[in-house]
Design a protein around this ligand. Structure first.
Ligand code: HEM
Length: 510
């Protein structure tokens, strides 16, 4: 009898182990291999699947290698910013895939297909289960389905161009405060050296607070920005782990720090939100900022917006708005310093429109040269280097049927530096490419600085208006030059950043 029970127990255990082994073998080997076969069948090429790690170790090694030293002063930055993409492109041609751990990511570089993907957000969705994306971006940026539709509708008016135009005086005021500070340092000197990364960050933080919560930077916001710096640093260290299944549950110091900082941020935002809610209950008016719009929706039961939704959007916008405006602005100032002839043309335009008066909204649409320079900077130095999407069922794209559960990468930086799209002078700074703007049909088919389709950037007008007025006020007062100590080292760290800072020399305009 005992022997029978023992043999039953052993058989059950053996069965469980067998089933578990089959499941794991399927997950770690057979499923990726099946995916690989399907991709090769539709004409994509890539490295053969390597168990668990895929291409991740090579991606890491190559990134470490190229970022170990600065590059020459050139706008041909792809080899430094997306080295592995470039490597596969050269090896396999434009239809290539990268193994992100066990998942293949298909690169789509054909502008027509990219446009198609972006216009079908219900089929090509943001990758789910992206814990880092949820913590670092979250809110509208990461949401899907009904929540996205509802929130976008509520938030859109706060980012409408008419509301943004009303903000121009306060944007200019914030810039003038910065200029006054620099002027004080310049009082007894011919020139000063500044790190624009350090200068632009608080300036844009101040401007964004006015958009998001209609007020100056509060103590809570200051602490949130400190926490954010900490989170970005830890997240950069974790980038090499993210392909690993279950990495978010690992008890590493970096993960613990990010989770703690995220929690503290949420409670700071909650304080700001409940304070504003009290003010609104006591009769404070809606100032058109995004927090007021969300709180108004929250007070209307039919809207289905919860207080947690309000807190999450407020948290998300405080960070996305600031970083996605500040990071590219630094590169815009870089190109102005690097190309003095274009800086001079932009200054002439500013002085012609505003003279020595404060820049004002009437001149907004006349800033043609500055607009062209901004677009060319966004082309050569795109803040968002890649856009990711995924599909949950077999999906037709062009003349292909993409297999279910595949991830798709749109490598914006590669596309913006592709000679087949832009011509042989692709790596030259030529703002005249945009002398007819970006809204003509040719540009709309090849240039996606703010993405496209229904999920295009909600902050586009905000970012463009802010950048134009920051540049205009700076050029009215200073000549910008690259510092001799500047090291050219663009690198992706969620956004495109100058790895060793952006050292510029400011001279007073006489
Ligand atoms: C030059 C500055 C900016 C650039 C180049 C930029 C670029 C982009 C891009 C490429 C996307 C699409 C990402 C994707 O689909 O995965 C996006 C989406 C988004 N951006 Fe921006 N952005 C900028 C400024 C801003 C600002 C100032 C804000 C907020 C104040 C903002 C808020 C958002 C949000 C919420 C989304 C998600 C929209 C949705 O899914 O419906 N962005 N942005």
């Amino acid at each position: 009898m005992d022997a029978t029970i023992a043999s039953i127990v052993i058989s059950v255990i053996a069965l469980v182990i067998f089933k578990y082994t089959i499941k794991q073998a399927n997950k770690y080997w057979f499923r990726p291999k099946k995916m690989e076969k399907r991709l090769r069948e539709i004409g994509f090429k890539g490295n053969p699947y390597r168990i668990i790690f895929g291409d991740s170790k090579d991606v890491d090694r190559m990134r470490a290698q190229v970022t170990s030293k600065p590059m020459e002063l050139s706008d041909d930055i792809v080899f430094r910013v997306l080295p592995y993409h470039l490597h596969l492109l050269q090896k396999y041609g434009k239809k290539y895939f990268i193994w992100f751990g066990m998942k293949p990511r298909l690169s789509i570089l054909d502008p027509m297909l990219v446009k198609d993907i972006l216009s079908r957000p219900n089929e090509f969705r943001k990758p789910g289960n992206d814990q880092m994306g949820t913590v670092l971006a979250g809110g509208l940026f990461m949401s899907e389905g009904l929540t996205w539709t509802k929130h976008k509708k509520i938030l859109n008016p706060s980012f409408h161009i008419d509301r943004i135009k009303n903000m121009v005086p306060s944007i200019v005021e914030s810039c003038l405060e910065k200029i006054e500070k620099w002027n004080l340092s310049l009082a007894s000197k011919e020139s000063i050296e500044v790190d624009m990364v350090q200068e632009i960050d608080p300036l844009i933080g101040d401007i964004m607070c006015k958009t998001v919560v209609a007020g100056p930077i509060s103590e809570e916001s200051k602490r949130m920005y400190q926490l954010r710096i900490m989170m970005n640093q830890q997240a950069a260290k974790l980038a090499r782990l993210m392909f690993f299944p279950g990495w978010w549950s690992l008890q590493t110091q970096e993960v613990k720090t990010i989770k703690a900082a995220h929690k503290e941020t949420q409670s700071l935002v909650k304080k700001m939100v409940t304070r504003r809610l009290e003010e609104m209950k006591n009769g404070a008016s809606n100032q058109g900022d995004m927090l007021s719009s969300m709180l108004e929706a929250f007070q209307d039961e039919a809207s289905g917006v919860s207080l947690d939704d309000v807190i999450e959007e407020c948290r998300s916008f405080s960070f996305i708005g600031k970083e996605s405006t500040a990071r590219p602005l630094v590169w815009m100032l870089y190109v102005l310093a690097r190309y003095p002839d274009w800086q001079e043309r932009a200054r002439e335009e500013v002085l012609q429109i505003f003279g020595d008066q404060k820049p004002n909204v009437d001149g907004l649409n006349k800033l043609k040269i500055i607009t062209m320079i901004i677009y060319e900077a966004l082309r050569l130095y795109p803040p968002t280097g890649v856009i990711h999407r995924c599909i949950s069922k077999d999906t037709k794209l062009g003349d292909m049927v993409l297999p279910a559960w595949i991830q798709i990468t749109i490598p914006i930086t590669l596309m913006n530096h592709d000679p087949d799209i832009w011509g042989e002078d692709v790596n030259q700074f030529k703002p005249e490419r945009f002398d007819e703007g970006v809204f003509n049909s040719e540009m709309q088919s090849i240039f996606f600085p703010f993405s496209g389709g229904p999920r295009k950037c909600i902050g586009q007008s905000m970012a463009m208006v802010t950048s134009k007025f920051v540049i205009a006020t700076f050029l009215q007062h200073f000549i910008l030059e690259l510092s001799p100590s500047y090291l050219h080292a663009p690198r992706h760290s969620f956004f495109l950043v100058p790895q060793h800072g952006m050292k510029l020399v400011l001279r007073k305009l006489v």
